[in-house]
Design a protein around this ligand. Structure first.
Ligand SMILES: [Zn+2]
Length: 77
């Protein structure tokens, strides 16, 4: 019978997944996935007002505008 050990494995896997999710969340934050303090494009600090208005902002207003313009061009082909 291996029922007990299967349960142990499931517990262990659950713990690993939790730790992995925490690690990914931390990495995402470091990479700016949850918004960045400094613009990822020019490195200038993003104004607190802008971060409040758009918590996921990773660029200052100027660079965001440029990126969106570029994105639209790519989207258009
Ligand atoms: Zn910028």
């Amino acid at each position: 019978m291996s029922g007990a050990s299967n349960f142990d494995v499931e517990l262990a896997e659950g713990r690993v997944l939790q730790e992995r999710d925490r690690g990914l969340a931390r990495i995402a934050h470091q990479l700016g996935g949850e918004g960045a303090d400094d613009c990822i494009a020019c490195g200038e600090p993003i104004p607190a007002k802008r971060r409040q208005a758009m918590p996921s902002a990773q660029r200052c207003a100027g660079c965001q505008e440029k990126a969106e313009r570029r994105g639209r061009q790519y989207a258009r082909g």
